[in-house]
Ligand binder design. Structure first.
Ligand SMILES: [Zn+2]
Length: 307
């Protein structure tokens, strides 16, 4: 992989995305077909979207990139965090641009304040803000669900796993932040359970996307983290998601782990799509905590129910 340089950005005219379609040690394919994330460049500020969700008429969705914003330095260019030292006015401008590009500018917004826990919050209109109040967050929340129309759920990322949930039958949505701690705590399963409880969703109806995040090859972890997975998952699963390198270090497959969690929650395998896009492998396009050694802005996932 190319060394990280915050000033070096993906060139839309000549660069291509690096997709990973399978776990490189155990050769397990993430998707049955070649489904993955796609880059939309037609509406100004580019954003990523997923074919599995494009097919659902009652929603809008997207995932931001580093392109098309006004931030500089380590935040070049589309940083969506107010909490990492970037200029506040620049972050406001970045939100304006990405929301306009995704046609969500008129929506009310609901933001998680992610703490690597597994609490799911049902968003009502009282939790939402007009589109110029981006810094207001729901405290201590990593998962958002709603059935309110024209409310955009927003969660933020730079290697952790975004999980998108859409129930096109009951017209309900969810968006959850699943880092390694959220994955150990099975936040994906808890989000499904919350949608069943709150909206009467049938598990067979829920469509899930595992969004852009760090891949198996880029995600080295220490033994104490690997131990958490060995305690909380079966041997059958850990034999597919963990690779022991023999030096006290392991590689961990967060994509596959989240897929197994969603299947354990009752989501049919054919309803789950992996974006196959690694934030670290694609660090000229996406902010990656690992690639940048923590000197970076935030990406964001967006999901809303339209009329
Ligand atoms: Zn990678």
């Amino acid at each position: 992989m190319k060394e990280y340089n915050p000033m070096e950005l993906f060139d839309l005219t000549k660069d291509t995305l690096h997709y990973k379609s399978q776990n490189s040690v155990y050769n397990i394919k993430y998707n049955a077909d070649d489904a993955h994330a796609l880059l939309n460049t037609e509406h100004g500020t580019p954003f990523l979207h997923f074919e599995a969700l494009d097919a659902i008429p009652c929603i809008r969705h997207g995932f931001s990139t580093r392109l098309g914003g006004v931030s500089t330095g380590d935040f070049t260019t589309l940083n969506l965090s107010f909490a990492r030292g970037d200029d506040e006015e620049a972050v406001h401008q970045n939100y304006e641009r990405i929301l306009k590009s995704m046609d969500m500018k008129e929506n009310r917004l609901a933001f998680s304040d992610q703490v690597h826990d597994t609490i799911i919050h049902r968003v009502t209109l009282e939790d939402t803000y007009a589109s110029h109040q981006y810094e207001k967050k729901l405290v201590g929340i990593d998962g958002l669900i709603t059935n309110e129309k024209n409310v955009t759920l927003v969660t933020s990322y730079a290697d952790c796993v975004p999980l998108y949930f859409v129930d096109p039958v009951k017209k309900a949505i969810g968006l959850s932040h699943s880092g390694w701690k959220g994955t150990v705590g099975k936040i994906g399963k808890k989000t499904v359970e919350a949608m069943v409880r709150e909206f009467g969703s049938e598990k067979e109806d829920i469509i899930c996307v595992i969004g852009p995040s760090i891949c198996f090859d880029c995600y080295e972890i220490s033994k104490d983290v690997a131990d958490e997975f060995m305690v909380n998952f079966t041997n059958e699963i850990t034999s597919k998601i963990l690779y022991d390198k023999g030096n006290g270090k392991y590689q961990l497959d967060l994509w596959l782990t989240n897929k197994y969690i969603l299947m354990e929650a009752g989501i049919p395998e054919e309803n789950i799509t992996n974006s196959n896009l690694c934030t670290c492998c694609n660090h000229t396009l996406l902010f990656s905590h690992r690639a940048s050694q923590g000197k970076r802005g935030n990406l964001a996932a967006f999901l809303s129910l339209a009329e």
